[in-house]
Design a binder for this molecule. Structure first.
Ligand code: NAD
Ligand code: WQD
Length: 348
């Protein structure tokens, strides 16, 4: 079965691509590489070659806003006699701060890109899509755990583009309820790396997220971690989040495809998180254990837009997808460190 994986060269996409290929899917990656390295697909192939795996991976460099290109990809797949049966749509921009300074660009790439993609799918009668939504759409809430019925009140343009795309899916589904199969996965905090240490997260510039930052402190690329507040209403005063191992998250996508394949039509929103909350100080502690090093840090004022606690209710994912996250915080930190120490400068 052929899957189109948009954004497949990115952090999340690269891990999903590897898993899909290991499961025997034929994968077409479409990525503009605006936020990823051209070396990613080589790393995926190298890993599979070391395991003597036969696989079918095709990487196309291009933009999801380029409708002619999308049509060519669908058309070529039909000519190949391997029509695209499912799309996993990850391509997009994800920086909260950048979305505040350049909102129209975020609406263009994320919303117009998604519209272009689903319009093309419609034309080619490919009605099955898994979409990467985000817990950021729940906005400023301390009412945890957060389930899928929680109200949506995103506080930044990035989050609003995700809600807009979910709304677009909703309208599309209602217009043709017999055909569309749509699963919007709302990720919490995907972190960690493939256990081989051959693929992982490699942000461009200074990381804004905790895990890549702390990994770069451990490997000596940054002096010290800034902890954004120790006066939150949590057990130790630092912010609590739901960190999910990237391999658990990737397995959730395979389950989502299986789920869509088992349906005539459907439209579901599903949280993907670990269901547990860990504080920044707990992460520092575990990282010190995993690396055997002291992580220098300083306490800073709270970061705008942060909340005290955010973690998922994952009952729906368990029930509908039969998916349960299996990896511990220890494994997350071990795998993050394994990737970072083997690749101190990422893919460069
Ligand atoms: P990423 O930036 O590593 O991956 C996104 C990929 O999309 C990159 O390879 C980038 O080059 C590509 N891309 C961007 N614009 C494109 C365009 N116009 N056309 C084609 N390709 C384009 O990000 P990620 O962390 O892997 O996130 C993947 C998806 O998951 C994103 O949609 C993001 O919003 C969503 N998400 C991420 C997180 C997270 O914490 N990482 C959490 C929730 C949701
Ligand atoms: C985690 C905790 C920080 C960095 C973000 C996006 C969200 C989603 C996932 C895409 C918080 C603290 C962080 C640092 C710190 N992405 N922290 N020092 O904010 O939960 O979610 O990524 O959809 O949209 O907002 O993740 O990793 O930035 O922060 O103390 O240098 O670590 O305050 O408590 P967040 P994060």
């Amino acid at each position: 079965m052929r899957v189109l994986l948009t954004g497949g060269a990115g952090f999340i996409g690269s891990h999903i691509a590897l898993l899909l290929l290991q499961k025997g899917y034929d994968v077409v990656i479409l990525d503009s590489f605006v936020n990823s390295s051209s070396k990613v697909t080589k790393a995926i192939s190298n890993y599979l070659l070391t395991k003597s795996f036969n696989f079918n991976l095709n990487t196309i460099t291009g933009d999801i806003r380029d409708k002619n290109l999308l049509e060519k990809i669908f058309n070529d797949s039909i000519i190949d006699n391997k029509p695209i049966q499912t799309v996993i749509h990850l391509a997009g921009l994800k920086s909260v701060s950048e979305s505040l300074t350049n909102p129209l660009h975020y609406w263009d790439v994320n919303v117009c890109g998604a519209k272009n993609l689903i319009a093309t799918m419609n034309e080619y009668k490919c009605y099955s899509i898994v979409f990467s939504s985000s817990a950021t759409i729940y906005g400023l809430t301390d009412s945890v755990p957060i389930d899928e019925n929680h109200q949506l009140s995103p506080i930044n343009p990035y989050g609003r583009t995700k809600v807009a795309i979910e709304n677009m899916f909703c309208d599309l589904y209602k217009s043709n309820m017999n055909s569309w199969k749509i699963c919007s996965l709302r990720y919490f905090n995907p972190v960690g790396a493939h256990p081989s240490g051959m693929i992982g997260e490699d942000p461009i510039g200074i990381p804004s997220n905790l895990f890549p930052y702390i990994s770069q402190v451990a490997v000596g690329r940054r002096d010290s971690l800034k902890v954004f507040g120790d006066d939150w209403d949590t057990d130790d005063g630092s912010g609590v989040r739901d960190y999910i191992h990237i391999m658990d998250l990737s397995e959730g996508h395979i389950k989502a495809i299986d789920f869509l394949n088992s349906k005539e039509s459907c439209f579901e929103f599903i949280n993907l998180g670990s269901g547990n909350g860990y504080s920044v100080f707990q992460i520092i502690n575990q990282f010190e254990l995993s690396t055997g090093m002291k992580i220098p840090f300083s306490i800073q004022k709270r970061r705008d837009g942060d909340v005290a606690k955010c973690f998922a209710d994952i009952k729906k994912a368990k029930k509908l997808l039969g998916w349960v996250p299996k990896r511990s915080l220890e494994q997350i930190c071990n795998d993050s460190w394994n990737w970072q120490r083997r690749n101190p400068h990422g893919y460069k």
